[in-house]
Design a protein around this ligand. Structure first.
Ligand SMILES: [Zn+2]
Length: 344
């Protein structure tokens, strides 16, 4: 089968498109004929090499995917051959103490499709059957692969962790990335007032069209001060931050008393300077969040099934052009999801 894979870690030039064997499946697995896949920053981290993650090469990249079930293992009951499915990329063991509590993304062996194991940039992908969910009929194939990782992540961050409520203020740092865009869509669906930041006026204009109430160019102005102005000195209830070092201190400074900061990443580095006095005096809460549970995936799926939201697609590339697609992501040119069309 055709796939986009790496044979060693490194830059864009390490991504190859060529023939690899079709995966074998186990008794609890399915083989999915992939129609579309989508890019995530994780693909680039995996390509460059993640500390502690040893891959078997060739390694197929890609965490998001949607397609048609081609084959099912002998124990599989929840899906059948021919079903149209989207994949939850988070894979958990089902038996550890965290899985038994339903906290699947805390699983001691938690891993993602395309991260430790082969992913979705291929004509076929093997996945555990419980990771298959019915594809929302309201979405195109391109849209179907454009939400699982980002919307699951954003859903757990905002709905489960920060418990967003109508009328609250949220600050979303770095609009344009998949999780940030999903966070804006979820925030507006829940009736929040959203302030977004970006270094690109073009991305800010797009966010405004999508319902952002205020926009801040964080290259031109101090976003924490700007947030104080917008909220009449009060600050925001919730900050979404996946940037880490470069924004952390200002993100805390933008919070109202009793505010919540939710982080799912540290793209500029994991060791920021912080202001502990501000955290205790203003009684701030910091939530870390990674991916989500099966229950959250099912819950999140409803916003698509009910037609309330559509994932934002930046661009669509054929499988042959995965390197070009990754280049676009590395250059931070995208707004929303970069999709890979694997088959017709
Ligand atoms: Zn587990």
């Amino acid at each position: 089968m055709k796939a986009a894979f790496i044979e060693e870690h490194g830059g864009l030039e390490k991504v190859k498109v060529g023939e690899v064997p079709v995966p074998e499946i186990g008794p609890d697995d399915v083989l999915v004929r992939v129609k579309t896949a989508a890019l995530n920053h994780l693909d680039i981290f995996v390509r460059n090499g993640l500390p502690g993650v040893k891959l078997t090469f060739p390694h197929i990249l890609g965490s998001d995917g949607a397609g048609i079930v081609e084959k099912v293992g002998e124990n599989v009951k929840n899906v059948s051959v021919g079903d149209e499915v989207v994949l939850n990329p988070g894979i958990n063991c089902g038996t550890c103490e965290f899985c038994l509590k339903g906290e699947h993304s805390l699983c001691v062996t938690f891993h993602l499709l395309g991260e430790h194991i082969n992913g979705t940039y291929a004509e076929f992908v093997r996945a555990p059957a419980i990771n298959c969910y019915p594809r929302p009929k309201t979405l195109t194939w391109e849209e179907s692969s454009a939400f699982p990782l980002t919307f699951l992540t954003a859903w757990r961050m905002l709905v489960t962790k920060a418990r967003i409520k109508p009328g609250e203020w949220i600050l979303i740092i770095g609009i344009g990335g998949g999780v940030a865009v999903a966070s804006l869509q979820i925030s507006k669906l829940f009736g929040l007032k959203a302030i977004v930041t970006s270094g690109s006026d073009e991305k800010l204009a797009r966010a405004k069209e999508m319902g952002a109430d205020f926009t801040i160019n964080h290259n031109e102005t101090d976003f924490a001060k700007e947030v104080r102005k917008i909220t009449e000195k009060r600050g925001v209830d919730v900050v979404f931050d996946s940037v880490g070092k470069a924004t952390w201190k200002k993100s805390l400074a933008a919070l109202a008393k009793g505010g919540r900061l939710v982080t799912c990443g540290a793209t500029t580095g994991p060791n920021p300077e912080t202001d502990v006095a501000r955290i205790f005096w203003n009684q701030l809460t910091i939530y870390g969040s990674t991916m989500g549970t099966h229950a959250e995936f099912r819950e999140m799926l409803k916003i698509f099934e009910e037609g309330k939201v559509k994932p934002v697609i930046d661009s669509v590339f054929p499988l042959d052009q995965v390197p070009e697609a990754q280049k676009r992501m590395e250059e931070k040119k995208q707004f929303g999801k970069i999709v890979v069309k694997v088959s017709e």
